[in-house]
Ligand binder design. Structure first.
Ligand code: ASP
Length: 432
């Protein structure tokens, strides 16, 4: 059996949903699908999920979401009309949802309604059975998937029919709706694939696979035919936004392959993601944007072993979750998403760290990017050195180089404004 997930762009309009039907009609093995909320129809459009988060923000400020929700209503009704579906029951659903959002059901419930309505409409259009993810997918407090989900999903899809699941959400242990992080429908797809022991998990999107680099910047970047789970996860984490980096986890021990496919060009083979290939090869180069750093120093800072832990606790208290850290004998630098902390919060945190740890030096830097090369057995080749020399030779100063923490990636700290040039230089050095 094939499980197929269709992302936001694949279900953004009635025309796109018709393409989904053609794809499903062309292979009867595709028995279960997972759908996202309608995404952007063009680059100036808005994603339904973003609009829903706006509705929730208005309600949190004590305002009504009526006019923002009206735009969502209009979009779903237009899709239903173009697919010749029943508008009456959809309108009732929409009214009820708006009522619940205005009543303050919160961010997770509100955001989840995009996927709910999308699956509701698509199941009607296809004549397939709708399975509400809130009854099937259990999400732990830390956002990971509770393994009890697998049995539940297996039972709910054992009737021999064809099923439509809304992606992105499930419920916590007490049955309250909870979402994964953004882009989380990919995770739902993995969870469902594992539950039914699928032969293949197809992930349909608007590009023909994962690229060797960002095709918006590197014009001759190529679709990668085959990637390992680890390579795909690293590339996703480094900014290749095609497949959620957490979606690999449910698949690892059951070894189900993933095929990234293009709904707008369904004959393309796409990228196949498999457990391992045994090959030594360079897969891609990517950049993670919008990072900041904080560096702290003091003579003998780590004399007490508990200091590292205490420093981290302070960071967490201020909402900062470092994605990279580099320790020196008397210093440490953490890199984190700039969105984690405003300037005001960072200032307050620096003051606190200075006084609490009697620091000599605290420095915050914004506008950092991290460039990473990804491939299998990178340590056995000189590619990571070639990339570093090429950057230095072109006057791109590295704030750090992270080698050895992972077998499949080497990362370099650079300035945000130099990231496109750096990508071009490294791509040219290693791939052309
Ligand atoms: N609709 C959600 C988002 O925009 C989840 C998804 O599409 O996977 O993040």
């Amino acid at each position: 059996m094939t499980v197929a997930k269709f992302g936001g762009s694949s279900v953004a309009s009635a025309a796109q949903i018709k393409k989904v039907k053609d794809i499903l009609d062309s292979d009867k093995n595709r028995k279960i699908i997972i759908v996202s909320a309608p995404g952007k129809r063009d680059k100036d459009d808005e994603k339904i999920t973003d609009m829903l988060y706006k509705c929730n923000a208005l309600v949190q400020k004590g305002q009504s979401c009526k006019s923002e929700f009206a735009k969502i209503q209009e979009r779903f009704i237009a899709i239903a009309q173009e697919l010749s579906l029943d508008i009456k029951s959809l309108s009732l659903e929409l009214d009820e949802i708006r009522y619940q959002i205005d009543a303050g059901k919160g961010a997770d419930f509100t955001a989840s309604r995009g996927e709910y309505l999308s699956a509701y409409l698509i199941s009607q259009y296809l004549g397939w059975e709708f399975v509400d993810a809130k009854d099937a997918v259990i999400i732990n407090d830390d956002g990971t998937v509770n393994p009890f989900s697998y049995d539940r999903i297996r039972m709910m899809t054992s009737g021999g029919g064809r099923y439509v699941f809304p992606g992105f959400y499930g419920a916590d242990k007490s049955g309250i709706i909870k979402t994964f992080s953004r882009g989380g429908s990919d995770i739902t797809g993995s969870v469902v694939s594992r539950s039914v022991n699928a032969d293949m998990y197809e992930n349909w999107t608007d590009v023909s696979g994962m690229y060797s680099s960002d095709p918006r910047i590197i014009k001759d970047a190529k679709v990668i035919d085959v990637l390992t789970y680890e390579e795909a996860r690293e590339l996703s984490d480094l900014g290749a936004s095609v497949f959620h980096e957490e979606a690999i986890a449910p698949l690892i021990d059951v070894e189900i392959p993933v095929n990234i496919r293009n709904t707008n060009s369904s004959d393309d083979f796409g990228t196949l993601i498999v457990p391992a290939t045994g090959e030594k090869k360079l897969a891609g180069v990517s950049v993670k944007h919008n990072l900041s750093s904080i560096e702290v120093r003091r003579l003998m800072l780590f004399k007490q072993h508990t200091t590292r832990h205490q420093l981290m606790t302070h960071l967490h208290l201020f909402g900062i979750r470092p994605c990279y850290s580099i320790y020196g004998i008397d210093s440490v630098v953490w890199f984190f998403n700039s969105a984690d902390a405003s300037d005001g919060i960072l200032e307050a945190m620096c003051e606190r760290l200075k006084s609490q740890f009697s620091l000599d030096y605290v420095k915050v830097e914004r506008n950092i990017a991290i460039l990473g090369i990804v491939g299998s057995n990178l340590m056995d080749t000189a590619d990571y050195l070639k990339a570093a020399f090429a950057l230095e030779n072109n006057n791109i100063k590295l704030s750090f180089m992270n080698y050895g923490a992972s077998d499949v990636s080497v990362t370099y700290g650079i300035k945000e404004e130099e990231s496109n040039r750096a990508l071009e230089i490294v791509y040219d050095t290693l791939f052309r």
